[in-house]
Design a protein around this ligand. Sequence first.
Ligand SMILES: *[C@@H]1O[C@H](CO)[C@@H](O)[C@H](O)[C@H]1NC(C)=O
Ligand SMILES: *[C@@H]1O[C@H](CO)[C@@H](O)[C@H](O)[C@H]1NC(C)=O
Ligand SMILES: *[C@@H]1O[C@H](CO)[C@@H](O)[C@H](O)[C@H]1NC(C)=O
Ligand SMILES: *[C@@H]1O[C@H](CO)[C@@H](O)[C@H](O)[C@H]1NC(C)=O
Ligand SMILES: *[C@@H]1O[C@H](CO)[C@@H](O)[C@H](O)[C@H]1NC(C)=O
Ligand SMILES: *[C@@H]1O[C@H](CO)[C@@H](O)[C@H](O)[C@H]1NC(C)=O
Ligand SMILES: *[C@@H]1O[C@H](CO)[C@@H](O)[C@H](O)[C@H]1NC(C)=O
Length: 656
Amino acid sequence: MIKCVFWLCTLYRIVFAGENRFLVHEEPKSWISETDYRTMLKESFPIARCCNVFINGTFHEVEQSLNDFLRAYSYPYIILQSSYDCQGYLLISSTEENLLWALSKVPSTISTTEILIIYDSDLLANSRLFNGSIYNNANVNLVTVSGIWSLSENFLQPRNFEEIERYTDLRFKNGLSNFKGRELQIASYYNPPMMYLKRTVKKTVNGIQAEIYLTDNDSERDGIELRMFMLIAERLNFTWSIRSPPGEYKYGRLTDNNTWEGGMISQLLAKEVDLAFGGIWLKADHNMLTNLTGPWGLLEIRFLVPRPKPFTSFLALTKPFTPLVWTSVILTLLWQTCYMTIRARVKPQESTKRFRRFSYTCMELVGRLIGVWMPRRISGVKIQLQFWQIAGLVLVTAYCSSLAATLTGTEYEERIDTVKQFVEAGLTWGKEGPMPTFNEYVNLNDKYSAILPQRFKSEKNYQERHLRILEGKYGIVGRVVGGVFFPENDVEGPDFHNYRLMMNPTGGYYLCFAMQPWLVDKVNMMMLRAIETGFKSFYLKDVIHRRASSSLREVLVEHDKNNGTTIPLALTPLTSGFVMLTVGLTVASVVFLFELFSKNKPEKSSDLMYPKNRDSDVATCEGKKDFRQALKELNITKLIKPGNTKHRRNQCSRIQ
Ligand SMILES: *[C@@H]1O[C@H](CO)[C@@H](O)[C@H](O)[C@H]1NC(C)=O
Ligand SMILES: *[C@@H]1O[C@H](CO)[C@@H](O)[C@H](O)[C@H]1NC(C)=O
Ligand SMILES: *[C@@H]1O[C@H](CO)[C@@H](O)[C@H](O)[C@H]1NC(C)=O
Ligand SMILES: *[C@@H]1O[C@H](CO)[C@@H](O)[C@H](O)[C@H]1NC(C)=O
Ligand SMILES: *[C@@H]1O[C@H](CO)[C@@H](O)[C@H](O)[C@H]1NC(C)=O
Ligand SMILES: *[C@@H]1O[C@H](CO)[C@@H](O)[C@H](O)[C@H]1NC(C)=O
Ligand SMILES: *[C@@H]1O[C@H](CO)[C@@H](O)[C@H](O)[C@H]1NC(C)=O
């Protein structure tokens, strides 16, 4: 750039030096006045802020024209070299040949190209320069000694030069274009919520047979993009007919030999249609092949996944503590039991005699821990056991409160919110039509997403999909537009009943229209206006408001979680408690039966019933009373030793 400016300055100096030299001898007189020259440049390059200058001719002409240009033009320029950054092109010559040669260097297919041709001579009416089709999509003004012409705008066919009176009338309008009712061919397809036209008829347009959509039904002439398109059509004053893309791929696809095949993009490439819409994604390969507008909205690829089911577990009673806490409680208990047992054996004392047995010690410590054992004085370990009991109080309180909180709410299976969970839950998915391009749906570089293509199964019709939904383990693929989910293929309301939206999207795209180069700036400007003025948001909200059924909204609602309402306790969460109770009762019954059947050995059984140990406690007395009562009822009084009974009863009543 710096180099370029340097050369320009040099040239400028040479030229002006030349002018000064010439001025002495003869003053070159131009057929365009200086004011007109300025007007001409201003009107012809309304957008370009730099200019490519092509000059070809004899030395004298070149010098004079350059002088005029340099005096009038105040932006950077490049001479005899073209730069695509500059969209303005000034071609000066006095022969048709030279101008046609210069024109071949101009990228005229770009619709924003601005060309000003200055022809230093009279132009014949049959000149090839008057042929509008050689300028493609560029905007052209032609100034000759015999008159001024402006090429009609690039959206009107055929393009013609119109002669104008004054330099100020030179064309290149900045405002909205008026297509004057020209009919444009459009490609789109039934694609909720973008477009709802459905019925087609076969027609031949421009020698190509096409499926043209019927637009006579108001309720079908709906959709976010269709409404935006109709707004653009009305403002630009063009008429339209929409055709469905042939073949299975609606947008077409990149083939192995790097060509684009089928769909709307191919129709655009073949110039069969002028514009295409219907959920076109702003993607690199679309952008390389066609001209896209700026994005108007965002779309996300998402899955609907089965809702988590509530369940109750057998081990619910262990839920309040983690396995680590349970392990520490058991280890502490074992440690304390060992300590007590060993202590009782090493230092025999009257009050600790009962701790010599490991099982008994363990039972008493558990009793003290859960607070059902009356504290009794034990010499030597009094403080220790106090701490033991306080720890027990804390543990039991924590357990009870946590249990109340967990058991009265519902428990749910793990929710499926990420691709990882989707894969781990063993879900499959599917779609009608041809195999999709998987890298558009999921990020194949991700370890888990790369598994999704293996889970894909093609579907033939709605019935097949319905069966898979009934079988479960199926994810429904679709797109989220404007916050509402739209399934990729038809799914009926009741099928959504057990589905919710997976939190993480697997892909996201901007939405845009695709079109021929000459339409881009017009449609793009309308698109920007539709966005700025809020029409886009209005259509988005309005169409979704009217079209999204209640079942489509229902999938957004998360109601499978603990919502704070309490539920009555059923049997299952309490099972482990009941199992312990049953095991205890069974053991007790077995022991009882065993004792009944061993009545032939009264000495032993009485010893068993009445241990001489005075340290037995209230609970055993109570138990024994019941047991004796039962024996009496059963008439087995022989078993009971009168002396012992009296002594025991006294002891028991004293304790009570
Ligand atoms: C002028 O135009 C002719 C073709 O008409 C071309 O061959 C020649 O190279 C051009 N001269 C310059 C300086 O570009
Ligand atoms: C205009 O130019 C095109 C090609 O650029 C040519 O096919 C056509 O015949 C020309 N028309 C006239 C009237 O010369
Ligand atoms: C739109 O085009 C038609 C057909 O050329 C024309 O009659 C009409 O006046 C145009 N409308 C506007 C608003 O320019
Ligand atoms: C328009 O189409 C809808 C659904 O496609 C249909 O219910 C309605 O009857 C049609 N209306 C007319 C006037 O044809
Ligand atoms: C590219 O592949 C398609 C089929 O996939 C074929 O029809 C076409 O001829 C191929 N084109 C070239 C240039 O090889
Ligand atoms: C239209 O697309 C062509 C081909 O990709 C590209 O060269 C050109 O710059 C685009 N035009 C506009 C106005 O974006
Ligand atoms: C809470 O969830 C339960 C089922 O888990 C449901 O029956 C109940 O209606 C819900 N309550 C509220 C207020 O949402």
